[in-house]
Design a protein around this ligand. Structure first.
Ligand code: ATP
Ligand code: MG
Length: 336
């Protein structure tokens, strides 16, 4: 059976290692899979739900996110990359879905709840932000996605999407939509922690290593990483749990035998933070150098990148129009 893969990112900043392991990596694998259609959305409307006062930040980052996609190997010939706001059908479908979800149900979404706290919105949370999971359900179902490869924070969004699909089919007695399945990354990459060891690596929390970071920036960030605060002298035994350097080694190092040896030695005592940080730095530099150089290449051709986005947006509009028409027909409001 044909797979349809839909994912997206908010253009609130450049993409980081969390995006890579949490979602981009699986998108790259699926892009190569036979009989798979892939759509990748730059979610500018969703980004505006908490950036209404700074739309220029969102519009500028549309280009940056597109560069990140191309740099990691997303191929516009195989994956349709588009800009959310250029497909008005998505907002229209959102309007119909909003009537299928209660305010209290939206309020129970644990990811949104957490984000409202993190952003200190309190009672002044913008309505658009509060309901963004519903608009995300429209984005996913507009393409009749069968698979959505994302990080763990997206589990509640997928659950909400599936509920909307079921409710729509139940109310209008026509199975015009598709219930998507989530594809999560390996357990240790579902929610990659930030370099401060506090929360998930996130553009908003300023704790990320970006795909575009320079060699110096990467080194500085690795050397400042949170380890074990009680591991003061080289001979002290150190902790692995919560130690960001080892978390990243588990995710990015290919020599797993060596990582296990280092862990053993660290826990025993006799291995300094500087040593493990230098080892991680070397691994991340090797991983990021080719991505950075491809990124610089595309950045020199902004017209070509914008043209790719224009073509992708035109192409993605076709299935979205069809879904909107099917939705309206099922609801009996396709008048003419
Ligand atoms: P913002 O702070 O603006 O919300 P973000 O860094 O959380 O930005 P998003 O654009 O919200 O990034 O997320 C895009 C995709 O990347 C989602 O699929 C999400 O699950 C995944 N993702 C983001 N951060 C991480 C992370 N630290 N670990 C794993 N996956 C992540
Ligand atoms: Mg986010």
């Amino acid at each position: 059976m044909k797979k349809v893969v839909v994912t997206g990112d908010r253009p609130t900043g450049k993409l980081h290692l969390g995006h890579y392991v949490g979602s981009l990596k699986n998108r790259l694998i699926l892009q190569q899979t036979e009989q798979t259609e892939s759509y990748i959305m730059i979610a500018d409307q969703q980004a505006l739900t908490d950036h209404a006062a700074t739309p220029e930040k969102v519009s500028q980052n549309v280009f940056e996110v597109a560069l990140d996609y191309l740099a990691v190997g997303i191929d516009p010939k195989k994956s349709t990359i588009f800009i959310q706001s250029q497909i008005p059908e998505l907002a229209e479908i959102t309007m119909y879905y909003m009537n299928l979800v209660s305010v209290s149900r939206v309020g129970r979404n644990p990811t949104v709840k957490h984000e409202i706290q993190e952003k200190s919105f309190g009672q002044s949370v913008p309505t658009g932000f509060f309901v963004y999971p519903i608009s995300q359900a429209a984005d996913i179902t507009a393409f009749r996605a069968t698979h959505v490869p994302v990080g763990e924070d997206q589990l509640p969004m997928l659950e909400q999407t599936r509920e909307i699909v079921r409710e729509f089919h139940h109310l209008y007695r026509q199975a015009v939509l598709v219930e998507p399945e989530i594809i999560l990354p390996k357990a240790n990459a579902r929610r990659l922690v930030g370099i401060d060891g506090k929360g998930k690596m996130s553009k908003s929390l300023n704790n990320g290593i970006y795909l575009a970071d320079t060699e110096e920036e990467i080194e500085r960030k690795v050397m400042s990483m949170y380890t074990d605060p009680n591991h003061i002298h080289v001979e002290d035994p150190g902790k692995i749990e919560g130690n960001v350097v080892f978390t990243y080694l588990d995710v990015f190092a290919t020599d797993t035998v060596k990582v296990e040896e280092l862990k053993e030695q660290y826990q025993h005592g006799g291995l300094g933070d500087v040593f493990i940080k230098k080892y991680l730095n070397q691994i991340l530099q090797e991983f990021l150098a080719p991505i950075r150089s491809r990124r610089e290449g595309y950045a020199r051709n902004p017209d070509q990148v914008m043209q790719m986005l224009r073509e992708g947006s035109e192409k993605a509009r076709i299935p979205a129009k069809q879904t909107l028409s099917d939705v309206k027909k099922a609801m009996g409001i396709q008048y003419f």
